[in-house]
Design a protein around this ligand. Sequence first.
Ligand code: FE2
Ligand code: FE2
Length: 135
Amino acid sequence: MKLSGSFKGTPFEKVFEGAANLEAQGVETYYAMAQVAEENGNEDMAKAFRELARQEAVHSGYYATLAGLIPDDFWGYVDKMAEGEIQGQDQVMELSRKVKEAGYGDIARQIELFAKQEGGHNVILNRLKTKYKPE
Ligand SMILES: [Fe+2]
Ligand SMILES: [Fe+2]
């Protein structure tokens, strides 16, 4: 059975959309808890929370797929995401600058790394497009 968008236009669409959002909040919460555990020097707990977060991310993506997050124009959506990643890179870099200006150098460096990762997401998406998009 085709999963993608299979519940679009049915009463399940909103249910799965809601489930996807709740699971995404779980991703956020568990990664934040991992961060706190790490801060408290408990790497074992941090590892467990990271695994919970990873599983919640899978759940979230599954429900979002059922609800039809990804349109039929898959490659068009890849382009849209690639563009968003560039904007993300610029916005996060700007945030890093502001945080640095405010005197939080270490945090600014971490956020700068995230900005570079957003740019890297763009590179990966474009690479996939070049390699796999049908002519
Ligand atoms: Fe879950
Ligand atoms: Fe990204």
